[in-house]
Design a protein around this ligand. Structure first.
Ligand SMILES: *Cc1c(COP(=O)(O)O)cnc(C)c1O
Length: 812
């Protein structure tokens, strides 16, 4: 598959290196990896949805085999399945099928209905919640303990414990395990009355078989230990809930030793098979039936009921009693096909386990060995385990990245770059605050403080208090290949391992004194562009035609914008790439703004606001309040709305009235704040300068990657300079175009908007992806420089023209 697979990817890797590495890997792991040489064929035939993707987020969900879907749909189209609560032949068929599948689930866990029962739920979380609901809590006496590294869904059980006024609710660490439970049994023996032997207090202990954050597997022998403690004590017993949701995706969990196995096991099936989703199970010990408590009841759970008094009799078997309402019966049938496909493709989960372990050994070894040019490690890894030991480590690699200078790389930076390159990973707190405390040392106090300052789990802030606010997680599954891992390594090394000191804006500053100008360069102002309508196509000033400049920018630059008719928010090309096909032209001599777009008659708008029907309007641009006027003409609104396919209106910045009090926006503080120049509707500064040579340099790198080159237009500069050496502009302080002097106030930060092709509105990954390699500094990507005009009364009128010569003063 190799060549075809690599061709389909967004990310272009160095194939020669990959092939050498792959050969070495296959030799080393020939016995463990690849299901006796079948993996490439399996991948190609059964997982077409993975074409073009490097999917490394199997802990979130693995993906489904094609044949499981086709056999499922064939089954449904050949058989009629009725609601399992009814008695018709179709319902009976369905019921029979469901019973077989319950048995199959139990067989998978090496047990049978004498010992365990399957209660189908919506997912693992619903199964966990059900435990909280039916657990025999004793008010004021039961306790709930859970391992610190539990998923939020397990921590959430403490709300039931709170409701029952639990004697204690405690998150324990691995090291505490023995001391906590042993002392518990001793303490409780002392305190509780010994005369009533039937009156047992039940406590609950919950822990994950595999941590969803770090992949660490916690001892399955803990249940056995707890049972030993239970035996020392007649008055209280601790039941064990094993959250197996993460564990079961690549390992067999055996419940064959019933006496030493957990009481409750919770799972989600999509984590095993990718499909069906919306289906999980609580596997519960049959012997617990007499003590579990039914609270709410729904359809299907009753043997008899009186509608007007608190009298109802519940069905006997556990699943009949606790599955309220109609279960997801068709997806349970899909589960049968998922089991079939998995057995057909991978034989059994032990083969999956050995396959993923070989990938983890390779991945962890290579990630851990990465070093920057100065010898510092690149990855901080969130597991101390040996990745070859799959008793204690699942196929998950969680980490954060440090730069050569020791600073952290934000996980969102990594995730975004991976996404641009078609690589699917997960980052963040991962619903596991206990692991964040353990590994990142971000403790509950820190989290509470951060929330008080406005930080939430879902925001865009990936650092807190100088620490990462989460981790990057890579996880593999049954159908992952060594190719996936090799592409990942290639990508990661290219973007995050510094083989030389990082690019810096102020490095190698040239030693040129204050007033010197460049003599060795023959610079010319190649193009002057303005963007009359914010986020639409640029308008180039004809060569050798002078154009007025104001303190806010080129005359008419970003004077108009489009706002959505509902919320009044400014529209952006970032969300509507098609905006770039709207071409405004300023006809100064005619006093008109001419707007054209493909397949549309041109629209003419008077430049003179007098006589145009406008209504006032206030809005926000880039976080600042602004005053604007809206064109009320239905013809104008209709023209833009029909082209963009969304209801919008044209607005004009209020500064056109020269009412300075209206002017509220100024240059952004990350730029040179001493320059308090006002802004039009542009985001950051009045003028943006781009050097053609730097664009050429980026294009050279883009070509080396085998990608399509970009035009200078994509950087949306006002001034395009030709003749400088690449990135020389990073050392410039002042620039003179003809007679007018401009001061450079800072480099321009870039987002993915540069990826929009201005001719056809197509979005690609370039030049962002390449800039991220050669122009990324402390997580920000820079290209081009912001400027302000330095007014000099002896140089009136303030005009500029393309074709004029350029002179430079360097930073000293
Ligand atoms: C995925 C997962 C859960 C939650 O599963 P849902 O399907 O979202 O309910 C709980 N615990 C662990 C360890 C998991 O990996």
């Amino acid at each position: 598959m190799a060549q075809k697979f690599f061709d389909s990817l967004e990310y272009k890797s160095n194939l020669e290196n990959i092939n050498t590495e792959k050969a070495a890997f296959l030799k080393e792991f020939e016995l463990q990896y690849g299901y006796a040489g079948k993996i490439d064929q399996i991948r190609e035939e059964e997982y077409p949805q993975l074409n073009g993707a490097i999917f490394l987020d199997h802990s979130a969900t693995t993906t489904y085999a094609k044949s499981s879907l086709t056999s499922f749909t064939t089954d449904l189209t050949n058989n009629l399945y009725g609601n399992p609560h009814a008695n018709s032949p179709s319902s009976q068929r369905c019921n029979q099928r469901l019973d077989q599948i319950r048995d199959r689930v139990l067989r998978h866990f090496n047990t049978n209905p004498d010992y365990y029962q399957v209660i189908f739920t919506q997912n693992a979380t619903a199964a966990i919640k059900l435990v909280g609901e039916i657990f025999p809590w004793t008010s004021g006496q039961s306790s709930y303990k859970y391992l610190r590294e539990s998923h939020n869904s397990i921590i959430g059980l403490r709300r039931f414990a709170e409701e029952f006024n639990a004697q204690s609710i405690q998150a324990i660490t691995e090291d505490d395990f023995f001391s906590v439970f042993d002392s518990d049994s001793v303490r409780q023996t002392k305190y509780l009355p010994r005369d009533n032997h039937n009156n047992i207090t039940y406590n609950l202990f919950a822990y994950p078989a595999q941590c969803n954050f770090s992949g660490i597997r916690f001892p399955l022998t803990w249940t056995c230990e707890i049972k030993k403690f239970n035996n020392k004590n007649n008055d209280s017993k601790t039941l064990v809930l094993l959250d197996a949701a993460a564990y079961i995706s690549s390992s067999l969990l055996s419940l064959s030793e019933v006496d030493t196995s957990p009481d409750f096991i919770t799972i989600s099936f999509y984590k095993m098979f990718g499909y069906p989703t919306g289906l999980g199970a609580l596997i519960v010990k049959s012997e617990l039936e007499p003590i579990l408590r039914k609270r709410y009841f729904g359809g299907g759970t009753l043997d008899s009921i009186a509608y007007d008094r608190p009298w109802q009799k519940f069905r006997k078997s556990l699943h009949e009693r606790y599955e309220d309402g109609t279960i997801n019966f068709l997806d349970i049938i899909a589960l049968d096909h998922a089991f079939d496909a998995s057995e057909r493709l991978f034989n059994n989960f032990n083969f999956i386990k050995s396959h993923v372990t070989s990938l983890m050994i390779y991945l962890s070894r290579n990630m851990k060995s990465l070093q920057h040019y100065n010898g510092r490690s690149v990855c901080v890894v969130y597991s101390n385990n040996d990745f070859s030991d799959n008793t204690f480590q699942g196929p998950v690699f969680s980490f954060n990245v440090k730069r050569a200078d020791g600073s952290w790389v934000g996980y969102l930076e990594l995730e975004r770059l991976a996404s641009v390159n078609g690589i699917h990973i997960r980052s963040g707190i991962l619903c596991n605050p206990g692991s964040v405390a353990r590994w990142i040392k971000l403790y509950p106090e820190n989290i509470i403080d951060s929330f008080a300052s406005g930080k939430t789990c879902h925001d865009e802030q990936d650092m807190w208090d100088g620490k990462p606010a989460g981790a990057v997680r890579i996880s593999v599954g049954a159908m992952s290949t060594i190719d996936d891992i090799l592409v990942w390594m290639d990508f990661f090394k290219k973007y995050f391992v510094e083989s030389s000191p990082p690019y810096s804006m102020t490095q190698n500053i040239k030693n040129i004194d204050e007033n010197s100008t460049s003599s060795d360069q023959n610079l010319v102002l190649e193009k002057v562009t303005l963007f009359p309508i914010k986020s639409c196509h640029g308008f180039n000033i004809s060569p050798f035609t002078s154009w007025p400049i104001t303190s806010q920018g080129l005359l008419y630059d970003r004077e108009w914008m489009l706002i959505d008719a509902g919320k009044g928010k400014a529209l952006s090309q970032k969300i509507l790439p098609r905006m770039t096909l709207i071409r405004p032209v300023i006809l100064r001599d005619k006093g008109l703004l001419l707007v054209s777009a493909p397949d549309r008659d041109p629209l003419y708008i008077n430049l003179d606001p007098e006589g145009v029907e406008l209504s006032t309007y206030s809005s926000q641009v880039c976080g600042d309040k602004i005053q604007a006027y809206i064109y009320t003409s239905p013809e104008i609104s209709e023209w833009f709305s029909s082209f963009l396919g969304l209801s919008c209106r044209l607005a004009r910045h209020a500064s056109m009235t020269n009412d300075c009090l209206m002017q509220r926006r100024f240059i952004k503080p990350h730029l040179d704040a001493s320059e308090n120049a006002p802004l039009s509707l542009s985001n950051e500064s009045p003028f943006l300068m781009i050097s053609h040579s730097s664009v050429d340099h980026v294009n050279k790198k883009i070509k080396e990657e085998g990608n399509r080159e970009v035009k200078p237009d994509c950087f949306r500069g006002n001034f395009l300079i030709n003749g400088a050496t690449e990135f020389d502009e990073d050392q410039w302080k002042m620039v003179r175009f003809g007679g007018q002097v401009f001061k450079i106030i800072g480099p321009c930060r870039r987002c993915r908007m540069v990826c929009i092709n201005h001719e056809n509105a197509e979005v690609t990954k370039e030049p962002y992806s390449t800039l991220a390699r050669c122009r990324r500094f402390k997580g920000k990507i820079y290209f081009g420089h912001h400027m302000v005009h330095v007014p000099d009364l002896s140089k009136i009128p303030y005009v500029i023209e393309s074709g004029s010569s350029v002179q430079i003063e360097y930073i000293n």
